[in-house]
Design a protein. Structure first.
Lengths: 788, 242
């Protein structure tokens, strides 16, 4: 049996269904975001964890020049090491049919017999390699998909200078390459870079590595210290050109997954918090104003003998209906969005199966947060209702007391129309109500700023990356460090406008007790191609005998300009040198360490050595240039800026745009919800006054003007504040996206602000339209009767 | 101007077979059930009758707040029964002054501004100060409703109603929310503006005592004019026996 109060609840809700739906939707937006982001995090984390476990992802990794396999057995004997997997890892170039530029990749060896002990592959399609097979490879899924390679297809690969054709036996995934990207490249280009596996013997023959290895993966036993094992391992491998062991936290693929989770975490806190506070706000204003309108009903109920608790509970039920409605819509929306977004992660992260898993805890959190927000919103209002003395219902409410507004007291009253006076005095008399309305409008404006700031910021990063920092069209790496004279051959290739050599060296940089493994780029001091840029978008000329590093790396190391950094080279003579930090470059992707090339070579005790070059190419000759590169045996890899950019546009940019458009849709819904609610509540509160005006001869537009003036005055104050508030939100959220793979600059454009203003303005116009329709239904006869 | 109460004056309203029916079938309520009447310029008419007898429904029709279900209702040459919303708004703006039981002042406007609300939109209004002077509130011009007593608020409402120089003044229980003493002051104000402006004044009341101040009294019963009584001489408000 439904009680009479519940019947009242249902009828009241039916009457205010527009507002109830608006509150539910705003709450749903925040909760959907929360559920979506938390569930994506949950999906990524659990999938990664179970994939790593099932496929025995190693704990430690080390690259070296060359060591006999016997050394791997000594590594196995180090205390704390549970398992070792030695192998060969080699850079190759590829000639893919239909691809203009040369592609490159990494070939890894697989044991000739049996499965690897660590970093086991997952076979997506095709067959494993037969023992003793020749001329067959397994291909990483990202590259295979990007180049439409299927089992049975063939491809050409240059192995150690010799072109050979291979048959694709199977398409595989590896826990080591969840994120398939060229080392050091912040952005993936799966068309031109891939990972391949072939039997140990065949690869060893091609690279003269018989009975040797140049890559070692290790699993640690329970309780083993990664640091201690690393130190021991580094000592063991030093004579064999060991480049320093690194753990999962420095693993290029794992870092990307962790960074993505970190960014999602930031968003899963930032956005929903803003949205939920808006909805708490709206619940509060809807309910407290509803209570004001029902103040006499409350008193009558009390006069009939209903207890304070019964009445408080009755009004709390409104909040509960909002929360349940919001949570339901939010949960469904969040799960649907998450399930769709998880597909997007397939483009970046290669897991055997990345199934969307709803984070049950997130649903709980959502419900809790929703209830909390709504309760916070209504408790004050409900308390006031419960305190209302019943006698107040028995006499008509005395007219509210007013006084001339601040503007009039300041002597500005001369030109005010009466409707304007009504608006200003009404606002001033109920400053808290005006504050809440204005705050709602401000928040609605503010949340519109964030998604666009996000998009503009990503756009800025890309422009910076490709137009300011990197000005060349093509870059390539050599198989082995070589003398600078090699470049003469490259400079003669068709279409080359300019060429600059670079020397990359693996090193570990120490400062105090902190260290990071990095690649140092040796560049011309006034490089025209690859440039270090300061905070004012100006090039930093590379000083002799000093380092210019990313601000982010300096932050990670805790170093400042002028500090002496210890550079431990992980190749060549493996020197350890102290080098002053002379400049900080403001970049957004990855961490960069630049040095003047001559200084770097001197520091490493080498002659005039280069490891690669960058090119500006005449666009008309570009195809011939790339075709010529395909025939260069010394080239280990090639990166074409245009391809990277196009690939980025199709994947990362598309997904950022997707997320951005979801957030923007949510923000727009919220903006509309808030504005609409404000208009409806104002109408309800002023119903009697407005009806009186209609009765005494005001036309509908004249009455509407009174209402619109009031809302307009609030908007006039609220919108600029909202723009300011939105700037704050955007700054907070964007600066929180600060990882070693990507930082975002704060970019606030005039378009962004204009857009926010236009949306709020449109929402206001449409809401005004609804309110005008309601004005037609004003009960004129009712205005003659007793106050409601 | 003397208080005219005769059929020699031109009729302001003429109603014929006026019906207002709410609901249908068994729920049907005949709020007005065939009313025929004429109301004349300058006269003061009191509508008397129990609750639900149809007097407020009639007042709503006269004021252009509601339209009849059937019948004719003429205001001079205009048929209110078939007028559209725009015409009714114009009619209320220029022709009718309303006085409500609960005053219905705009609380955020002062006495003067509440009156000016009307004078801003009417064609030939009197200055707000003059209207307030007629109800003897010229010393309370800049007070807000909350600073005025109930009687004063009702007099502001009267000033607001008369400032447009209406041809009709409609009063719905104008003293219903007031004590006797204050009610007398308000009725005196209504009586005076009726005499001075010559506007047809219609007062709804439960209170039979007020019948003596009228030219004519229309007794309502079951949605019909049961009978009409005529006073040869209007009693002064101060002479009413409360």
């Amino acid at each position: 049996m439904i009680g009479q109060l519940d019947r009242k609840l249902l009828r009241d809700l039916a009457r205010m269904k527009g507002q109830a739906v608006a509150v539910c939707l705003v709450m749903a937006c925040g909760l959907a975001m929360l559920i979506m982001a938390r569930s994506l995090i949950h999906s990524l984390e659990t999938t990664r964890q179970s994939y790593y476990r099932a496929h025995r992802f190693a704990d430690l990794f080390v690259h070296l020049k060359r060591a006999p396999l016997e050394v791997a057995r000594r590594a196995r004997a180090i205390a704390g090491v549970a398992e070792v997997q030695p192998g060969i890892s080699a850079q190759v170039t590829l000639d893919i049919d239909g691809l203009v530029e040369p592609a490159s990749g990494l070939v890894r060896s697989l044991p000739d017999e049996g499965t690897p002990l660590l970093n086991r592959l997952f076979l997506r399609s095709g067959q494993w390699l037969e023992p003793g097979a020749r001329g067959a490879v397994l291909v990483g899924e990202a590259f295979a998909l990007a180049n439409r390679l299927r089992p049975g297809d063939t491809m050409a690969m240059i192995l150690n200078g010799r072109l050979r054709r291979f048959r694709v036996n199977g398409i595989v995934l590896s826990p080591e390459f969840v994120f398939e990207s060229r080392p050091g490249s912040a952005l993936p280009d799966n068309r031109t870079y891939g990972i391949f596996w072939m039997p140990y013997e065949e690869l060893a023959n091609a690279f003269d590595m018989d009975q040797a290895f140049n890559h070692l993966a290790l699993a640690l036993g329970p309780g083993a210290s990664e640091k201690a094992v690393s130190a021991e391992l580094d000592r063991l491998l030093l004579p064999y050109g060991g480049r320093g062991a690194f753990g999962r936290q420095d693993h290029p693929s794992d870092i990307r997954v962790s960074d993505e989770i970190r960014v999602l975490t930031t968003l899963s806190i930032g956005f929903p918090m803003v949205f939920l506070s808006v909805s708490a706000f709206m619940t509060n204003s809807v309910l407290s104003r509803l209570l004001n309108l029902q103040r006499e009903q409350v008193a009558i109920l009390k006069a009939f003998g209903y207890s304070d608790v019964q009445i408080a509970w009755h009004y709390l039920k409104f909040a509960i209906v909002f929360v349940c409605g919001g949570t339901l819509i939010g949960a469904v929306g969040g799960v649907l969005l998450g399930a769709n977004l998880v597909d997007m992660y397939h483009r970046f992260f290669r897991f055997p199966a990345l199934a969307f898993q709803v984070d049950a805890a997130a649903l709980g959190i959502a419900l809790g947060v929703g209830v909390g927000a709504a309760m916070l919103g209504v408790l004050g209002a409900v308390r006031r209702a419960a305190k209302l003395p019943p006698a107040e219902a028995m006499r008509p409410e005395p007219p509210a007391s007013f006084r001339p507004s601040f503007l009039e007291r300041a002597g500005l009253s001369g030109h005010f129309s009466n409707p304007f006076r009504m608006a200003v005095r009404n606002l001033e008399r109920k400053p808290w109500q005006a504050f809440f309305t204005a705050s709602g409008l401000s928040l609605a404006t503010a949340i519109l700023i964030i998604p666009n700031a996000f998009r503009d910021s990503v756009r800025e990063v890309l422009g910076f990356q490709w137009d300011i920092a990197q000005r060349h069209d093509v870059s390539l790496g050599l198989i082995e460090p070589d003398s600078q004279s090699t470049l003469h051959d490259f400079a003669r290739l068709p279409g080359v406008v300019s060429v600059e050599a670079f020397r990359n060296a693996a090193a570990r940089i120490h400062f105090g007790h902190r260290s990071r493994q990095v690649g140092i780029s040796g560049l011309p001091s006034d490089s025209m191609h690859e440039r270090a840029i300061d905070a004012h978008n100006k090039q930093i000329p590379l000083p002799p005998d000093g380092l210019v590093i990313s601000v982010k790396l300096a932050e990670v190391l805790g170093a400042r300009r002028g500090d002496l950094l210890k550079v431990e080279f992980l190749e060549g003579q493996r020197r350890v040198r102290e080098v002053p930090l002379l400049g900080l470059s403001d970049d957004f992707a990855g961490i960069k360490v630049n040095m003047e090339r001559g200084s770097l070579n001197r520091l490493m005790g080498e002659g005039d050595v280069v490891t690669g070059a960058t090119f500006c190419v005449d666009s008309r000759e570009k195809e011939r240039f790339l075709a010529a590169l395909k025939r260069q045996p010394r080239v280990a890899w090639v990166a074409v800026k245009e391809s990277l950019r196009a690939n980025f546009r199709e994947t990362t940019a598309a997904s950022i745009n997707l997320i951005q458009s979801i957030y923007l849709t949510f923000a727009t819904v919220v903006a509309f919800g808030v504005v609409y609610n404000n208009a409806r509540i104002s109408l309800a509160e002023r119903g009697r006054d407005l009806a009186t005006l209609r009765v005494i001869g005001f036309t509908q537009p004249e009455v509407a003007r009174v209402l619109i003036l009031e809302l307009g005055a609030l908007a006039f104050v609220a919108v600029p504040l909202g723009l300011l508030l939105g700037t704050g939100f955007a700054t907070g959220i964007i600066q929180a996206v600060n990882t070693e793979t990507v930082r975002l600059p704060l970019v606030l454009t005039r378009f962004n602000y204009t857009f926010a203003v236009i949306v709020v303005f449109t929402a206001s116009l449409l809401s005004a339209g609804v309110v005008l329709r309601k004005l037609k239904q004003l009960n004129l006869v009712g205005a003659l009767r007793a106050p409601e | 101007m003397p208080a005219l109460a005769s059929s020699s004056s031109p009729a302001v309203f003429r109603a014929a077979a006026l019906r207002k029916i709410y609901g249908e079938g068994s729920a049907e309520v005949r709020a007005l059930d065939g009313v025929d009447l004429e109301l004349f310029e300058g006269e003061l008419v009191v509508l008397l009758g129990p609750s639900g007898s149809g007097k407020t429904t009639l007042l709503n029709q006269l004021g252009g707040l509601d339209v009849p279900t059937s019948g004719e209702l003429w205001y001079h040459g205009m048929n209110l029964a078939s007028a559209d919303e725009e015409a009714l708004t114009q009619y209320r703006r220029e022709g009718v002054g309303f006085i409500f039981q609960f005053y219905n002042l705009i609380p955020s406007l002062t006495a003067r501004e509440n009156v000016a609300l009307i004078t801003d939109i009417a064609s030939h209004p009197m200055p707000p100060e003059e209207a307030l002077g007629m109800v003897q509130l010229d010393h309370r011009l800049d007070h807000f409703p909350a600073q005025l007593s109930g009687g004063e608020q009702q007099r502001v409402a009267i000033a607001r109603a008369i400032a447009k120089r209406p041809r009709v003044l409609l009063c719905d229980e104008p003293t219903g929310a007031l004590d006797v003493k204050t009610g007398i002051v308000v009725l005196e104000a209504i009586d005076r503006v009726n005499r001075e402006l010559g506007a047809l004044t219609v007062i709804i009341t439960h209170n039979a005592i007020m019948a003596d101040m009228a030219d004519r009294v229309l007794h309502f019963m079951d949605g019909k004019v049961h009978h009409i009584t005529r006073n040869d001489r209007r009693a002064p408000v101060s002479g009413l026996k409360w």
